[in-house]
Design a protein around this ligand. Sequence first.
Ligand code: ADP
Length: 162
Amino acid sequence: MSTRAIYPGSFDPVTLGHLDIIHRSANIVDELYVAVLNNQQKNPLFSVEERVEMLKETTATLSNVIVTSFQGLLVDFAKRVDARLIIRGIRAITDFEYELQMAQTNRIMEHGLDTMFLTSSLEYSYLSSSTVKEVAMLGGDISHFVVPAVARKTREKFCERS
Ligand code: ADP
C-alpha cells in the first residue's frame, strides 16, 4: 500500500527550513502533497497563487511532490485527496504545544488521520517565515534563509509596498 501524506502550512514565503522538511518527508512517503493554506485571517505577504508558484519552482526536482492549496479544514482536504498522514515540522518546544493540540483535534475529527512530526535540522531550528519577512522589511540580507528566487521575490514585494 502506498503512503500519501500532506505537508500543510502558510509558506509565506517558503524557507530553507520548509524545504528541508519537504525533502526529508518526500524520502519517507510515496506521495507528498505540499498544501498552502488559504487563510485570509493571516494577512499574508504573498497571495496563495504566488506561494504555490514559489513552492513549485523550489520542489521541481522532486517527482513525488505535488504542490497545491486548500481552504477550510485540513481533515476535509485530507479526505478529498485520500491522504492518511499529516507531516509537520517541530523547531523547538514552543512549537510542540500548538502542534500537539492540532494533531489531537484532527485525529478526533477524522479517526485514522495521523500526524508525523519531523524535528527541524539544527541549522534551521531558528528559522521562520516571519523572521525572513522582518529581516527583508528592514532591508537585511535574507540569502541565508531562502533560495535566491524567493529572496528576490520577497525583496520585490517590500519594494512594491514602500
Ligand atoms: P503555519 O503558519 O501553519 O505554522 P508555516 O508555513 O510557518 O505554517 O509552517 C508549516 C510547517 O513547517 C509547520 O509544521 C512548522 O512548524 C514547520 N516549519 C516552519 N519552519 C520550519 C523550520 N525552520 N524547520 C522545520 N520546520 C519548520
